[in-house]
Design a protein around this ligand. Structure first.
Ligand code: B12
Length: 295
């Protein structure tokens, strides 16, 4: 069964796959357990035996970063922003065909889903960086994560990776809205990614802040991470990344073009990038205005 699952994962462009037991994640995996009440694998599927953990490299998903272009994150451009369901579906269907339960966990429902970064830590796929993201030597933090909870008993154990951030504080120093004051803990209301998708933020954290061109989501804390530099200079050539052609998207991202977009243009050219969640047009317009304010 396992080798069939691994083959299906490969066919669907997944780069790493691990099988961990469905027992509770501990402080070593997720830090403060209190914050994850009701989100442990067994809270979600009480008879689960295994969590299958998936990671896909998204380092190639970038558009032109020069000044006259707007930017969005690698996660959005990869199509996995709130939805890594598509490549996992054949695996879910395979498990179900063998009369097993299988539930896909993606990023769509924050509160109902297991914490994917901690799950990946337990699977030996990386460590939690100071920017609160999963990092490893091979992919840096440019990985989208997903999981399948199942009652099939196919788990293994993996050594947990040592944290290799050391004394580096580049992510917290670079965050223009000061969202990483405590290492490993993201101050969500102060994170630009959070702000740029919030239709009705309590405070406008963008005042006087350089968005580095980002109009939806933000990769600033990742762009400065030493573990990502090799991927920024020369992204890995992976099957999924190969499907992305930035040349097609670059003209759409020109700031002049973004500024002039009406709702129809937006629906046609930008909205399809946002799989699983669509930024309302009026919030997009607000973000572009903020971006141009800083030009
Ligand atoms: C809600 C959410 C957000 C929110 C809040 C983020 C947050 N850090 O909480 C917002 C919208 C801001 C966001 C932004 C982004 N997100 Co997000 N997000 C999620 C989601 C849906 C849930 C995360 C969650 O549970 N947060 C709740 C808080 C309580 O937990 P936490 O951040 O995990 O933090 C805990 C750990 O750091 C731990 N901890 C603290 N100290 C220590 C110490 C040790 C030793 C250990 C082990 C742990 C530990 O305790 C913290 C809680 O206090 C997940 C998908 C999922 N189901 O897991 C994706 C997810 C985490 N996001 C992801 C990504 C890629 C991003 C962005 C990079 C996208 C972008 N470019 O804009 C940014 C990154 C911002 C950042 N620096 O974290 C990826 C992470 C991939 C990776 N390599 O880690 C995920 C897994 C989605 C996916 N399908 O791949 N996200």
């Amino acid at each position: 069964m396992k080798s069939n699952i691994i083959n299906l994962a490969k066919e669907n462009h997944i780069d790493e796959i691990r099988f961990i037991d469905a027992e509770n994640l501990t402080e070593d995996h997720i830090g403060d357990l209190q914050k994850f009440q009701g989100r442990q694998p067994l809270d979600i599927m009480p008879d689960a035996k295994t969590v299958i953990v998936f990671s896909t490299y998204i380092g190639r998903f970038v558009t032109d970063t020069s000044h006259q272009y707007g930017r969005t994150s690698r996660l959005v451009l990869s199509g996995y922003y709130a939805n890594i369901v598509k490549p996992l579906k054949p695996i879910k269907e395979y498990l179900e065909s063998l009369d097993h339960k299988a539930m896909i966990i993606d990023g769509e429902s924050d509160d109902a889903s297991i914490p994917l970064k901690g799950t990946a830590v337990k699977a030996g796929l990386g460590w939690i960086g100071k920017n609160s993201l999963l990092i490893n030597d091979k992919y840096g933090s440019f990985q989208a994560l997903g999981a399948i909870l199942t009652d099939a008993d196919i788990s293994e154990t993996y050594p947990i990776m040592k944290n290799k951030c050391g004394e580096c504080f580049k992510c917290s120093d670079a965050c223009p809205s000061n969202a990483i004051r405590t290492p490993h803990i993201l101050d969500r209301p102060n994170c630009l990614s959070n702000f740029l998708e919030d239709d009705n933020p309590e405070t406008d954290i963008s005042d006087g802040v350089d968005l580095n061109g980002y109009f939806f989501e933000c990769d600033i804390c990742q762009n400065v991470c030493p573990w990502n530099q090799q991927h920024i200079k020369c992204p890995l050539d992976t099957p999924y990344g190969r499907l992305f052609d930035s040349n097609k998207l670059d003209p759409v991202m020109e700031l002049d073009h973004l500024r002039d977009m009406d709702e129809d243009d937006y629906e046609r050219e930008i909205a399809p990038l946002m799989i699983g969640y669509k930024l309302p047009y009026k919030t997009f317009k607000r973000n572009i205005e903020i971006l141009l304010r800083g030009e």
